[in-house]
Design a protein around this ligand. Structure first.
Ligand code: FAD
Length: 406
């Protein structure tokens, strides 16, 4: 299928496919079974130039687009979900936030960490503040030339392996007056007061730690506050825009898992014989395969369109397109992987084949990075031209233009 990719993008995709199939695929089962972060794969990604691709050349990166990154993510996700997520989080999310809103010093710090193999952590979710992010209670109190951060976060991807942390907290000035929600950069091992309390026991994605973190009088120099031009009061919405790239990335991981499962199903349908013929000759399975392919293609087209789009401000994909692409891709991928597993019969249920791992991994993508329900709320709010109903006044932009006007 012609996706309108340039010769450079086709070459990039081929390079990613080669690395994924020769180096990443053989490691995938082991990464899952051992539940260990794959530092050897990080090294391979770094050598191939797949970490920090979106970082501008002025900071040592390649200045590649989100679409370029999406091409690499799909190839990795076909073979290993954890590897694909490392590509997402070293090119989108926290690193994009810093590149869009950071000072020169912050950009140089973030770029040097990511390009040397660090997967930054983005710390928003708290035990009592999940979808309702603005209910967070972690606070940053200004004391002279620094902020003192106290609070707890959980389900932080990379907890215990990430060095760079982008921490979201309610900001208070010297007089104790609340200014809004801000982002702060801290480097684990250099900053005292950042502790990893525990690792979640996850259903899938077992090579990627999800950590509960405590900030206990964590001191962050004031110049490490990531401040959009809109300031603390309205800056949270701008900082959260980073999630629009992350959402496109997460949707692509889900789509890539589905594409990988479909490859396996097609191959099996040609080889497995029952009733004297390949099972792919049964129309019931042909229609299943056709529906799987249709869903993967539709998801890929939506994700590419979202990756190419630019929302207000220009730095990140359009929020509604990114949300729609993630909703569709994550839900379609669960169906596709489930159908692929079904086509394998008993073998699909065995831990000796990758399908059971893919079924566990793919389940995450309707939850993390904005649940499918909350993203639907975002899409509906754009349709209606209303503010998001679940955010508190004072931290969101005024109503965005309705979709119909676009
Ligand atoms: P809740 O908000 O408690 O939601 C419970 C249910 O209610 C869900 O089904 C939800 O869809 C529904 N719901 C809630 N509000 C509404 C509404 N207004 N309308 C309709 N339905 C609603 N967080 C980070 O900060 N950093 C990370 O790196 C990170 N990584 C993650 C990795 C994984 C593998 C997972 C699973 C989560 C991760 N998260 C991370 C947390 C994730 O962003 C949250 O789990 C998610 O935002 C939902 O919050 P919650 O789990 O508290 O669910």
């Amino acid at each position: 299928m012609d996706l309108g990719l340039s010769p450079d993008q086709l070459a990039l995709r081929d390079r990613a496919r080669d690395l994924a199939q020769t180096v990443v695929r053989p490691r995938a089962a082991d990464i899952d079974a051992q539940e260990q972060y794959p530092w050897d794969i990080v090294e391979a990604l770094k050598r191939a130039g797949f970490l920090g691709m979106t970082i501008p050349p002025a900071y040592g990166g390649q200045g590649r687009s989100f679409l370029d990154t999406v091409l690499v993510i799909e190839e990795m996700a076909r073979c290993c979900t954890v590897t694909a997520r490392i590509v997402v989080e070293t090119n989108m999310g926290a690193i994009s936030t810093v590149m869009a809103y950071g000072t020169e010093e912050q950009k140089a710090l973030a770029a040097s960490l990511v390009l040397s193999g660090d997967k930054p952590a983005i710390c928003i979710t708290e035990p009592e503040a999940g979808s309702d992010t603005t209910a967070m209670t972690t606070r940053a109190d200004r004391r002279g030339d620094r902020y003192i951060i106290n609070g707890r976060k959980h389900w932080i991807t990379g907890g215990g392996v990430s060095r760079l942390h982008l921490i979201f907290a309610r900001v208070f000035d010297e007089r104790g007056e609340e200014l809004g929600i801000g982002g702060f950069l801290a480097v684990r091992d250099e900053a005292k007061g950042l502790r990893v309390l525990r690792r979640e026991r996850t259903m899938g994605l077992r090579g990627m730690p999800e950590g509960e973190l405590a900030f206990e009088d964590l001191e962050v120099p004031a110049h490490m506050a990531v401040l959009p031009p809109s300031g603390f009061k309205r800056g949270f919405a701008d900082l959260m825009n980073a999630y629009n790239s992350q959402r496109v990335g997460a949707g692509t991981v889900a789509m890539g898992i589905a594409a990988g499962a479909l490859d396996l199903a097609v191959d099996f349908a040609k080889r497995r014989r029952q009733f004297g013929r390949p099972i792919g000759e049964f129309q019931g399975l042909q229609w299943m395969l056709a529906d799987m392919q249709t869903q993967v293609t539709a998801a890929r087209l939506m994700l590419h369109a979202a990756a190419r789009s630019r929302g207000a401000g220009g730095a990140f994909p359009d929020p509604a397109l990114a949300a729609q692409a993630k909703i569709f891709a994550s839900e379609a991928a669960i169906r596709v992987v489930n159908d692929a597993l079904q086509m394998f019969g008993a073998r699909g249920y065995s831990r000796d084949l990758p399908l059971e791992r893919m079924a566990r991994d793919v389940r995450m993508f309707t939850i993390g990075g904005g649940t499918a329900q909350v993203l639907r709320t975002l899409v509906a709010s754009r349709l209606l031209g209303w503010k998001l109903p679940q955010t508190r006044d004072g931290y969101v932009k005024e109503s965005t233009p309705p979709l119909a006007a676009e």
